[in-house]
Design a protein around this ligand. Sequence first.
Ligand code: FMN
Length: 199
Amino acid sequence: MRHQFLLAAAMLAASTVTTMAQILPAPQTTGGRPLMDMMAQRQSLRDIDPNSTVSRQDLSNILWAAWGITHDGKHTVATAMNRQELILYVITATEISRFNPETNTLTVVNRGDFRNVVGRQDFAKTAPLNIALVVDTNKQARTEFQAYTTGAASQNIYLYCAQAGLKTVVRAMLNDAELSKAMKLPENELLLYVQTVGK
Ligand SMILES: Cc1cc2nc3c(=O)[nH]c(=O)nc-3n(C[C@H](O)[C@H](O)[C@H](O)COP(=O)(O)O)c2cc1C
């Protein structure tokens, strides 16, 4: 009986872990290297070492740069009519998670290494971090506005990576259908780009 109880408790704990949000370190939202210098240094870099890592602090900072909350419920990126349609997913070697900017947390949506469907270029499949830029088409249906929002977020990731000494490249050459499936995207969420990050 006691054995059954312990087993049930362990199973409950395991299922709780899968749905619990992971708290990120607070983003570092001040300081850094001069913006003008970082604009000059922004570039796409693809020679990412498969053995490199991106710290949780850098991940938190990247997500804040791309889609963090600044003031009055607004984000680091402008959105047409303040529709706030952007959703970021984090793809690592162990899981795919959804970023919750209000709580600075990640919610795991799928466990496992899905980097084989993250794009058609080999460097992306071994990079430590890929960030999927997704839009909620219920919030914003106009493609030109969706493109603006994702483009602005991407540029912020580029600038953060330049100042943090990280390599990054935004990619449109994706396995859209396979990756969307791995991300378990609902009908209204559209995958537009994936930005690869590493060292
Ligand atoms: C919308 C868009 C899609 C892109 N897609 C890819 C891609 O699929 N794969 C890739 O390696 N680079 C991709 N890039 C990166 C461009 O190749 C890169 O920005 C361009 O060569 C200029 O280099 P720079 O970013 O270093 O200035 C893309 C860039 C943009 C803006």
